[in-house]
Design a protein around this ligand. Structure first.
Ligand code: AGP
Length: 372
């Protein structure tokens, strides 16, 4: 009913709008006054976490994209090698798992059969499993050694939005916590990022306040057949997520690429007026990546692409090559997906509406996939 949707036309719109609160709620009580992480609910003893020599993340769909981003954070802050795998592929390839492997299973519903089967397989091999889940008492957390709940509240729309942002928060928390427990040379950076995390809900709110031009742009693209998404570093999984949202909601052909791969094939797809969304890394931090992606934008534009550029406030280098420029607040490099994903959600939702699609219940899809 309209009341359930809180005055919004669709649950998806309501859930997009709820993201700042979902993010803040997921952080609540997990950082103490001195800026240390207090993840007491992760009942895997620090001793065991210090002995972990490999992290494997398993998940499906949007949760898998959260896992891809987690890899950057985990490897950077903990120096533990991290693999990310689609849960449906994982157990069929005889993965190398033992007691020193920490498996992180990410699932909004906690009922996804592929992910559950991956959890069971990992535990049979003696690995510890930490679930990141949004649904209290669901099967995946019940069958895991520990759980870190995301506090997104119920997500009704089939297309995941607020659950994704809170999965990212949970992944950052786990990565930072592992770093804290094990003590790494990034101690100071970890403390700084913990501080930055506390303001990230505000940054998400800020993005939400600037989405009208994104909606307008989406409406002008309603009759397109294809949209491509490019990203690099943590922007690459964001590109994949943007493409997945568009497939699910707009039923359009959408693909995400690592920008560095363009010249290895995908650039052949570029043609006159093809919309290409580019997620630009911060010009601070890993500035080499920033400069490389700016040349990618130049290259595709020279071949006729209509460039839709998502770039940090103050990044002036992109301006001459952006047919459409979507600004996002400045964040630490690894946290950028928290703000860069939001315009892509709004974009897909508006395109779906413009194409007359059912936003909350896309064709052929179920909210949780409880069969293999
Ligand atoms: C996201 O928009 C999708 N509907 C889907 O990919 C989903 O993320 C996937 O099925 C995993 O679900 P889960 O998080 O409940 O395990």
């Amino acid at each position: 009913s309209a009341a359930e949707k809180g005055g919004y036309d669709y649950f998806m719109l309501k859930e997009i709008a709820e993201q700042p609160k979902a993010v803040a709620d997921t952080l609540l009580g997990r950082i103490d006054g001195s800026g240390s992480l207090t993840l007491d609910e992760v009942r895997i003893p620090p001793q065991v976490l210090r002995e972990v020599d490999k992290v494997v993340v398993v998940a499906c769909g949007t949760a898998f994209h959260a896992g891809l981003i987690a890899k950057y954070a985990i490897e950077h802050w903990t120096r533990i090698p991290c693999e990310v795998e689609l849960a449906s592929e994982f157990r069929y390839r005889d993965p190398i798992l033992d007691q020193q492997t920490l498996v992180i299973a990410i699932s909004q519903s906690g009922e996804t059969m592929d992910t559950l089967m991956a959890v069971r397989h990992a535990r049979e091999q003696g690995s510890r499993v930490l679930a990141i889940c949004n649904t209290n008492g669901s099967t995946i957390p019940r069958e895991s050694d520990a759980v870190l709940y995301t506090h997104a509240g119920p997500e009704v729309a089939v297309a995941s939005t607020k659950a994704f942002l809170t999965q990212l928060v949970a992944c950052y928390l786990v990565a930072l916590y592992l770093g804290q427990v094990r003590g790494t040379k990034w101690g100071d950076e970890i403390r700084a990022v913990v501080r930055d995390l506390s303001s990230i809900a505000g940054a998400v709110e800020q993005v939400l306040g600037t989405m009208e031009p994104v909606r307008e742009l989406a409406r002008t693209l309603a009759s397109k057949n294809t949209v491509l998404f490019l990203g690099r570093h943590v922007g690459y999984p964001v590109a994949l997520e943007g493409a997945l949202k568009l497939k699910e909601l707009a039923y359009m052909h959408a693909e995400g690429f690592a920008a560095g791969e363009l010249k290895h094939g995908p650039i052949a797809l570029i043609e006159e007026d093809l919309p290409v969304v580019v997620v630009v890394p911060s010009p601070r931090g890993r500035s080499v990546l920033h400069d490389k992606i700016v040349s990618n934008i130049q290259e595709i534009r020279a071949r006729g692409a209509r460039t839709i550029v998502i770039a940090e406030e103050g990044d002036e280098a992109v301006v001459p090559y952006a047919d459409h420029l979507i600004r996002i607040p400045v964040t630490p490099t690894l946290l950028q997906p928290m703000v860069a994903t939001v315009p892509l959600q709004v974009f897909a939702c508006e395109l779906a509406t413009a194409r007359g699609n059912e936003v909350d219940q896309p064709r052929n899809l179920a909210k949780s996939v409880t069969v293999e």
